[in-house]
Design a protein around this ligand. Structure first.
Ligand code: SF4
Length: 172
């Protein structure tokens, strides 16, 4: 047996090499645990997205949690007024790292048509937002599309790089 054969054994296709951050982000993007912060009608659309008709579990994000410490995806759905804003911020701060935020609908994204003294004109005034979903209300398919876009955002990024970057929802 030659020296070359001894030091280079053949593993065939039984070995896969990768980087640890790639494996972590692959696991993260297919196991998002959403926390719904629903204050108005857009939350009903999220219920539709989770239901069997649209089946959010196809994307690995069906484990809805109502505890911020068990969640890494904050779904904000509905009008947020100034009294609620500190509560929303506190819930965001209590969530696990890394964490992501989706603003579902016109109210969460920009205050919607409630342009008055009591309504926050977009949740990005108090917390960072990764994906904005337009519509009043958006369809459940748009919520699924936002999830897929978020998965694409998580995929190529490292642990730190993926935080607090804004991804504008593509209307095409
Ligand atoms: S965007 Fe429209 S549907 Fe959604 S919470 Fe606001 S008013 Fe309701």
């Amino acid at each position: 047996m030659s020296k070359q054969e001894i030091v280079t054994p053949s593993f065939g296709d039984t070995v896969v090499t990768t980087r640890i951050k790639s494996v972590l982000n692959w696991a993260r993007k297919y196991s998002l645990w959403p926390m719904p912060f629903g204050t108005a009608c857009c939350a009903i659309e999220f219920m539709g997205a989770v239901s069997s008709a649209f089946d959010l579990s196809r994307f690995g994000a069906e484990v809805v949690r109502f505890s911020p410490r068990q969640s890494d995806l904050l779904m904000v759905m509905g009008t947020i007024n100034y009294k609620q804003a500190p509560i929303l911020k506190k819930i965001y701060e209590q969530m696990c790292e890394p964490k992501w935020v989706v603003a579902v609908g016109a109210c969460a994204s920009s205050g919607g048509f409630y342009n008055n003294y009591s309504v926050l004109q977009g949740i990005d005034e108090v917390i960072p937002v990764d994906i904005y979903v337009p519509g009043c209300p958006p369809r459940p398919e748009q919520i699924l599309d936002a999830l897929v876009k978020l998965q694409k955002k998580i995929d190529p990024t490292a642990f730190v790089d993926g935080l607090n970057n804004t991804y504008q929802y593509d209307l095409k």
